[in-house]
Design a protein around this ligand. Structure first.
Ligand code: NPQ
Ligand code: MG
Length: 382
């Protein structure tokens, strides 16, 4: 097995699926999650005979319910379509990955995971941090928490109180038709008027719900995230014009072009940036730059990532345009055991941006082997 045929370029060595149980069920308008299947990608670069590895994480969910991507589809397209294209390139660099994969339509999360693994390997080989590469301007970022739909108001308030006690500086509550005004009122009453509070509908409403969603104006929310379907930019623009709560887009923002159009239409008063959804961290940074230039606040979303994705997200969220707290919560909010030896922690409501080479985390390979479901070697030699 050699990587020399590819000069100093990167190779993708392995695709691995792990299964991690969640500490508690996480319910959204598209379903309940109790454990998570996660694809990890292992890449390598060789410099003067020294091989350095890096890891990426694919944020696709088990089923195509958040978006059209899902674990088995992502695994197939990575193995059969994307990796062969990357391995056909000499001297592959992280900055080439998106361009090489551009002829393949969609599959943003699969593409992002590959770019991520190459970025980590390159940065480690060069002894540089991801935060440094991106141009991060902060050492710590404020941490918000995403709270799922609960079976009762009492259970919801107990969870929210726990997160307030943990120090989170912002609460985000998942809502859906029939589980919105009452839980929102109860949470606002519990946390008081000062605590930043926002809601996320994961596309569960329709254009007919404008009047109803206007009733959320009474609760002084920071924003309402993705109330309408992914493709309904005009509906979001009409809603934004009709209600007081700022409209923020998540699922709809699938590229730089869509982001610019959504802003021009008045459909995105605020943008949730998720690298997986836009095809990678380099595209995510460009979306940050575009929003920053246009005065649109952004924040970094979360996809129930392991410590790998959480570390990379923390670096991204340290860019100057990320003016709202993100969904980068402590590892223990979702996982009893994380796959890295330095899980993200929340201290005084903030997360420290990793400073080590690459994403700045070390994988706990013993734990990873324990939770591995499948490993597919992908070396170009076969
Ligand atoms: C959101 N995340 O902002 C997403 C939704 C989400 C932290 O609220 C498996 C894979 C389960 C991806 C559950 C948060 C998921 C997932 C929810 C994404 O809309
Ligand atoms: Mg969302």
């Amino acid at each position: 097995m050699t990587v020399r045929a590819h000069g100093h370029g990167a190779v993708i060595r392995e695709l691995r699926e792990i299964r991690l149980p969640l500490v508690s069920p996480f319910q959204t308008s598209f379903g309940v999650q109790t454990s998570r299947r996660i694809l990890l990608v292992r890449a390598a670069v060789e410099r003067e005979g020294v091989v350095t590895e890096g890891w990426g994480e694919c944020v696709a969910g088990d089923e195509p319910t958040y978006s059209s991507e899902y674990v088995d589809g992502a695994a197939l397209v990575i193995r059969e379509v994307l990796v062969p294209r990357l391995h056909a390139v000499d001297d592959l660099a992280a900055s080439d990955v998106a361009r090489v994969l551009e002829p393949v339509r969609g599959h943003q999360m699969a593409k992002a995971a590959l770019e991520m693994a190459v970025l980590d390997a390159e940065l480690r080989a060069d002894g540089r941090s991801f935060a440094g590469l991106l141009g991060a301007t902060r050492t710590h970022i404020p941490s918000g928490v995403s709270v799922g739909i609960h079976p009762s108001i009492d259970a919801l308030l107990a969870s929210v109180q726990g997160y307030v006690d943990d120090g989170y500086v912002r609460i985000k509550l998942k809502i859906e038709p029939g589980l919105d005004l009452e839980p929102v009122a109860a949470v606002r009453d519990l946390i008081g008027p000062e605590m930043p509070f926002q809601v996320d509908a994961n596309a569960a409403y329709t254009r007919h719900d404008v009047e109803h969603l206007g009733r959320l104006d009474a609760f002084d929310l920071l924003l309402i995230e993705q109330p309408l379907p992914e493709d309904d930019l005009l509906g979001h623009a009409q809603l934004a014009a009709a209600i007081g709560t700022p409209v923020c887009l998540d699922e709809s923002i699938t590229s730089e072009t869509v982001c610019a159009d959504a802003i021009d239409l008045g459909a995105a008063e605020i943008v949730n940036i998720k690298p997986g959804r836009v095809g990678g961290y380099l595209a995510a940074r460009r979306i940050h730059d575009l929003c920053h230039e246009r005065g649109i606040p952004v924040w970094c979303g979360g996809m129930l990532e392991t410590g790998i994705g959480r570390a990379a997200n923390a670096a991204l969220a340290a860019l100057p345009g990320f003016t709202l707290p993100g969904d980068i919560s402590a590892s223990r909010r979702f996982w009893a055991r994380d796959v890295v030896t330095e899980p993200i922690d929340v201290v005084g409501g903030h997360v420290a941006v990793p400073t080590g080479p690459g994403f700045g985390v070390t994988l706990d390979m013993a734990l990873i082997e324990e939770v591995t479901a499948t490993v597919t070697p992908l070396d170009p030699a076969g």
